[in-house]
Structure formats: structure tokens, C-alpha cells
Design a protein around this ligand. Structure first.
Ligand code: GTP
Length: 597
């Protein structure tokens, strides 16, 4: 295809504003997929994505579109993940295309992720087409939202397209606008090959599949290609495009987007953002801005049933094959036995992996407290990154500790602003900015990441009844007065519950933790002290009193069925417990105890 007849674009939107529905409609209305093959959310391939309604991996589709001017264009849509955890993948995908549809739900308006994503699009030099979606709904307020887009984002929204991705209104105009308003890609077919590695994943039939955008040169089947990051060389086996099913092509030229397979063993051997060139005639310079995505949140995953450790290993290895941003190493815990310490891009990423292990591999898990990476500076001048509070070195050797901070942007209706400020303040936040945009407050906070990883987002949702939107970026490290708090149950330390906290908040957190654990741990035949301690100093204590000998004693008389039920219930409860010394701690205690408030 000649460059003038190609348009490459992505869709940026806040979650639920209708990105996937719009993509489906564009695919369907151009006949790319026959109606009978159309299932909803064509682009969200994985079940879990469909269930949760979130898009995790970037996906792409090539659409042939006959425009009103009679000419046929190739439209390449790259779908981008909508969640903050995958911000790096978003920025990569953006650099592979020239323009974006900026989709805003006309019943809602601009949200935090609209902003985060639109800034990435602007950074990538995109032409933007504002699209006001959901105009079929009575609550739609196109004028207000268009004005808000102009105020907040500072782009002209007077020619925003009014769309209902549900009914199909405005879809024809959208396709015309893509051709008329977005620039064609540029590139030189005769120059050495320069292609961007946009994404990669593991396919059980094809092995590693790599999504590429050709900048210059031509890529053909049989070519020997080189990954510029690590110099590895591979022979190209298959080459094709997504319609959205895979379809073979002979070559890909400048401006085109497609996939290759090339005897690559693991997704790990491909780095998103890398430059692919020909081994024999390489391009002089790699594409700018390569930066690997690194895990920022760590936690331990242990099987509830320790005999399932090998199954867990298998599951984790398989998942890691397909997800280069997920890291793991074996971990042993005195209390939990064998498991894995895993690193994730963020909390959502953690949840997705945990759910997949539990559901696809049927392994029940104990998830330990998520932790961020602390930089521990030793008195001898060295620095140790700390991924697991259980590994905290002896304090006498520690000089100081730094923790990662984020810059969080929250958009919220005025009436909930007070609660949001209080929440951020409670989490040791420092307010950086407070402005009003289109009738809503936009607050920017500097927050410690460790105060955000447990349940900040849940709390934010609940105090604002779901009306707040939230986005963040990493801001680097800062020293603070951090200590390791240990939890002792029946005088035994439970390392899976130990955590790093700020000294000023340790007493409060310790108290909350032991109170919570007292509720969560069932009574035993003996009395159980539950303590929180810093070093050797106990800062909070509760005692769980002993249970009467016979659990069924309170079932007066001889009601046999009731007695049986109670015993069964007890048995079921047992299954999900782990023994710590002489004490059974239920699995949910590990997560619940860590949630604050
Ligand atoms: P993520 O993939 O989670 O980022 O969400 P999304 O932006 O892709 O949103 P999605 O397409 O899943 O749409 C969210 C919800 O809005 C779904 O329930 C859609 O059916 C609904 N929806 C999308 N477009 C329209 C529309 O034009 N009108 C109405 N009434 N509902 C719509």
C-alpha cells in the first residue's frame, strides 16, 4: 500500500467511555468482520479481559475502508491498554501511530485517564479527533463536554464528532474524519529496515508473536532480522496482518503495521520499544526512547495447599512466558513454606496474575502484603534494594531508607473534594496543586507509593461513590522515617504479615492490624496473644481468648442436623487456613489485615 492511503491511529479514552465498543463498530461497519462473526468486544481477546471489561494487551486490527472520495484506504487501529499499570505500553503503542480518536463519554466528561492518555498522545505528536460518545443516552451533554475538552486539554473541540458506538450513529463520520483529518505516515521504502517492536505475546500454536510498525525499509518472509537492544538475530518465519484474524502477507512496507514470528523462544527475548532491523544491512540508529518496563509492586504468592507448589511453579512459568513485565523468584517463608516472590507493574497487574493462577490453574493462593521497593542505605555506604520486608537488614547497620513516591492526579466532583483531601492527607500525601476544570476539582498529590498499593483506589472509589478518577506516575525516591513492623501471633513472628511503615503511623497501623487479626483468627483451645512490634519493642497487643472445649456445646440439646452443619462449616473453614506454630490463620486474614480504615 502506498503511504498516502494508510492511516494509523489509536483510541484514547478513560475506562468505560466506550473505546472497545467504538472499535467493534468501526470493524463491523467496514465489513472487516462479517456480522455473524461479530462477537462483542472483538479486540479483547482474553476471557479475563472480557470479564473485567478491561483491555490489558495492546491489540491491533487492519481495516480496509472505501472513503467517500472513492479511494480505498488501509486503516490500522492499535488498541491501547486503558489502565495506569500499563502506561508504558500505552506510550509505546502511541509512538507507532500518527493520530488518535479522543473518546469522551458525553454523559461523564473528561476523567483522569482521559488526561493521562491524551498527554501521551500529544507527546507522541498525534493529531487528535475528539469523539463524544454515548449520545443516545438522555444524560448526554455534548456542548458541556466539548467545552470541557477545550478548557482542560486545550484542543479545539468545535468539530468533535457526536457518536453512539451503541447504535452506530456517527460511525460513518468518524471513518471519514480518520481519512481526512489524520496525517498519512511517512517513511522510505529504500532505506535500511527500521521497525518498532510494539508488543509481543505467546501464542500456543505460533510461539512468540511480535507486533511491528515499519518506519523505513521493507520486511519480508525469510529475512534475517536483528533486535537492536540485545543484538539477537532471528529468521522471519511468518509475516501477516490482523483482520482481526491473522492473515498472511508477503511483506510489510513503511507505515504498515503487522506481525511476525521468528523462532523466538520467549516473550522475554523481545523488548517492547526495541528497534528491529536487518542483520546484514542494519539502520544506523535505533528509535529513540527505549526504556524497559520494570516491576514496582512485589508480593509473595504461596499455595494454600503446600503440595501444590510444583503446580504453582508451572503456572507462574507459563504466565511469565507471555508477560515480560512480570518477574518472579522462589521464596521460602518460615510460616508459609515454599512460594514465589513476584513483581508487578502495579496492583491491577498483580490482581490479574493472581486471578489467572487461581482460575486457570485451579490453585488457591495466599497473597502476602504487597510491598514496593525500598532503597536501604547502609552505614558502610552501600545501598540494598529491599523487595520484601522480611529481608530487612539489622537496623544497627542501616543509615537511612528511601521510598518511591508517585504523582497522583485525581478528578472529583466538588462535593467529595473534602473526603479526597482527607484520604490523601491520611496517606502522607503532599498537595501539589488544586484547580477546577469544567465544574470539577483536579487535585495533584505527591504520595508515597506504599500508601497507595493496598487499597487507596478502593477507598477513593468508596469515599466518592465511584465519581473520582485517578491516575499516577512514578516520581522517584525520597528519604523518610520508615521502619519494619513485625506481627507476632502466639509469640511467633509471621513474616508474611510484616510490613514497612512510617514511624509516625506505626502505632496506629499496628493497633489496627492486631485488632483486625483478633477478629479474623478463630478462637483456639488456648489463649493467643497477637502483637505488633518494631525491633524488639511491642507497640500494640490484643489477646484472643480461649474457646470452650466443645464447639457444638452451644447447640443446646440434640439437634443433630444443626450440629452436623456446624461441624461441616468448621471443616470447610479449615481448608483455607494455614498453620503458624500452633495457630490456624485463615487465608483472608493476610489481605484483610492489611487494608486500612
Ligand atoms: P475499557 O476497555 O475498560 O477501557 O472500556 P472501554 O472504554 O473499552 O468501554 P466499553 O467499550 O467496554 O464500554 C463501556 C460500557 O459503555 C459498555 O457497557 C458499553 O456497552 C457502553 N457503551 C459504549 N458505547 C456506548 C454508547 O454509545 N451508548 C451507550 N448507551 N452505551 C455505550
Amino acid at each position: 500500500t502506498d503511504l498516502a492511503h494508510i492511516r494509523n491511529f489509536s483510541i484514547v479514552a478513560h475506562i468505560d467511555h466506550g473505546k472497545s465498543t467504538l472499535a467493534d463498530r468501526l470493524i463491523q461497519s467496514t465489513g472487516t468482520v462479517q456480522d455473524r462473526d461479530m462477537k462483542e468486544q472483538m479486540l479483547d481477546a482474553m476471557d479475563i479481559e472480557r470479564e473485567r471489561g478491561i483491555t490489558i494487551k495492546a491489540n491491533t486490527v487492519r481495516i480496509d475502508y472505501k472513503a467517500n472520495n472513492g479511494e480505498t484506504y488501509v486503516l490500522n487501529l492499535i488498541d491501547t491498554p486503558g489502565h495506569v499499570d500499563f502506561a508504558y505500553e500505552v506510550s509505546r503503542s502511541m509512538r507507532a501511530v500518527e493520530g488518535s480518536l479522543l473518546v469522551v463519554d458525553s454523559t461523564q466528561g473528561v476523567e483522569a485517564q482521559t488526561l493521562a492518555n491524551v498527554y501521551q498522545a500529544i507527546d507522541a505528536g498525534h493529531e487528535l479527533i475528539p469523539v463524544l460518545n454515548k449520545i443516545d443516552l438522555p444524560a448526554s451533554e455534548c456542548d458541556r463536554v466539548a467545552e470541557q475538552i477545550e478548557d482542560v486539554i486545550g484542543i479545539d473541540a468545535s468539530d468533535a464528532i457526536r457518536v453512539s458506538a451503541k447504535t452506530g450513529v456517527g460511525i460513518a463520520e468518524t471513518l471519514e474524519a480518520i481519512v481526512a483529518r489524520l496525517p498519512a505516515p511517512t517513511g522510505d521504502a529504500n532505506a535500511p529496515l527500521k521497525a518498532m517492536l510494539v508488543d509481543s505475546w505467546y501464542d500456543s500454536y505460533l510461539g512468540v508473536v511480535v507486533l511491528v510498525r515499519i518506519m523505513d525499509g521493507v520486511l519480508k518472509r525469510g529475512d534475517r532480522i536483528r533486535m537492536m537492544q540485545n543484538g539477537s538475530v532471528h529468521g522471519v518465519e511468518r509475516i501477516g496482518v490482523f483482520r482481526p484474524q491473522m492473515e498472511k502477507v508477503e511483506s510489510l512496507g513503511p507505515g504498515e503495521i503487522g506481525f511476525i514470528t521468528a523462532s523466538i523462544k520467549q516473550v522475554r527475548d523481545t523488548k517492547v520499544g526495541d528497534t528491529i532491523t536487518h542483520d546484514k544491512a542494519p539502520c544506523a540508529k535505533a528509535l529513540p526512547g527505549f526504556k524497559p518496563s520494570v516491576p514496582v509492586v512485589f508480593c509473595g504468592l504461596f499455595p494454600v495447599d503446600s503440595s501444590e507448589f510444583e503446580d504453582l511453579r508451572d503456572a507462574i512459568e507459563k504466565l511469565a512466558l507471555n508477560d515480560a513485565s512480570f518477574s518472579y523468584e522462589m521464596e521460602t517463608s518460615a510460616a508459609l513454606g515454599f512460594g514465589f516472590r513476584c513483581g508487578f507493574l502495579g496492583l491491577l497487574h498483580l490482581e490479574v496474575i493472581r486471578d489467572r493462577v487461581e482460575r486457570e490453574y485451579n490453585i488457591e493462593l495466599i497473597t502476602t502484603a504487597p510491598s514496593v521497593i525500598y532503597n536501604v542505605f547502609m552505614k558502610d555506604g552501600t545501598m540494598e534494594p529491599l523487595h520484601n520486608p522480611a529481608d530487612m537488614p539489622d537496623l544497627t547497620y542501616v543509615d537511612h531508607i528511601e521510598e518511591p513516591r508517585i504523582k497522583a492526579t485525581i478528578l472529583v466532583p466538588d462535593e467529595y473534594l473534602g473526603d479526597v483531601l482527607k484520604l490523601c492527607q491520611d496517606r502522607r500525601g503532599i498537595q501539589l496543586d488544586l484547580t477546577y476544570v469544567g465544574g470539577r476539582a483536579m487535585v495533584v498529590y505527591d504520595l508515597p507509593l506504599n500508601e497507595v498499593v493496598f487499597d487507596f483506589y478502593d477507598r477513593l472509589k468508596s469515599v466518592t461513590k465511584g465519581y473520582a478518577s485517578f491516575d499516577y506516575q512514578m516520581e522517584g525516591y525520597r528519604e523518610d522515617h520508615l521502619v519494619k513492623m513485625s506481627i507476632l501471633v502466639n509469640d511467633e513472628p509471621v513474616d508474611a504479615l510484616s510490613m514497612m511503615v512510617h514511624r509516625d503511623r506505626a502505632d496506629m497501623r499496628g493497633r489496627a492490624m492486631v485488632e483486625k487479626l483478633k477478629e479474623l483468627i478463630p478462637r483456639h483451645m488456648f489463649k493467643i496473644p497477637i502483637q505488633a512490634a518494631i525491633g524488639g519493642k511491642v507497640i500494640a497487643r490484643e489477646t484472643l481468648s480461649a474457646m470452650r472445649k466443645d464447639v457444638t456445646a452451644k447447640c443446646y440439646g440434640g439437634d443433630a442436623t444443626r450440629k452436623k452443619k456446624l461441624l461441616e462449616k468448621q471443616k470447610a473453614g479449615k481448608k483455607k487456613m494455614r498453620q503458624f506454630g500452633k495457630v490456624d490463620i485463615p487465608q483472608e486474614a493476610f489481605i484483610s489485615a492489611l487494608k486500612m480504615d
